[in-house]
Design a binder for this molecule. Sequence first.
Ligand SMILES: C[S@@+](CC[C@H](N)C(=O)[O-])C[C@H]1O[C@@H](n2cnc3c(N)ncnc32)[C@H](O)[C@@H]1O
Length: 250
Amino acid sequence: MSRAPSFAPVDVVARTLRVELTAARSRRGGAAPRVLDVGGGSGTWAVPLAADGCEVTVVDSSANALAVLRSRARESGVAGGVRAVQGDVDALADVVAEAEADLVLGHGLLEYVDDPAEACRALALATVPGGALSLLVAGRFAAVLSRVVAGRLEEARRVLVDPSGRWGANDPLRRRMDVEEIRTLVEVDGQLSVERVQGHRVLADLVPDGVLDSGGAVPDPLAELEDIAAGTPPLRDMASQLHVLARRPG
Ligand SMILES: C[S@@+](CC[C@H](N)C(=O)[O-])C[C@H]1O[C@@H](n2cnc3c(N)ncnc32)[C@H](O)[C@@H]1O
């Protein structure tokens, strides 16, 4: 059995979720927090969360991704804490009960669905009143910059002006968003209120390899810097993924 994975110390999203889960555990009198990870795929988030003592249900439309998830969970010794369910966010109520989870994740999901507003509604319904929804979505401005750096100027222009932030018909993503777009989407029905919007790994991926490798440990100054940058526009707005923490009113 391999060691259960945990999150990188510079990961502000993971730290935000830990705070949320500590509060959920306390609301539940010490019982394990219930996490629903929709579009959870092969378990990038689900497996470490199970290793942190959560009861995790992953709903994903891909049978292949769920097979990888099951094997990763087994190898990490957390198979008992992860339930894998094949299903679609468009029909989430068919596979999970209303208000089932203390924390609902939709990480890397809204970029693929037909109707992101409908998906947000379904995710909100699955969240217990007082619980939280965590969304990670592809950022529009990071995609503009990455295309410029690659010399793809026409694609960069299209990402900037296209209403869905796509670079063309062959773009594998159906949309990218900026901070205002994701905030508006989440709050549109008044079922959720946004508590935090932050950039995911705003600066950490820019640090040269040698700096992180020296001594084998991630230096604290990077975590501190990342923490500040994650919430500081315009650095926040240029992250490749934007993180939203929203709450279903209690
Ligand atoms: C980019 S991956 C993200 C995986 C994981 N959440 C992460 O952050 O690493 C997107 C996942 O969403 C799943 N997916 C796409 N459309 C879906 C839908 N309509 N309902 C449920 N899952 C979906 C895909 O099968 C895939 O596993």
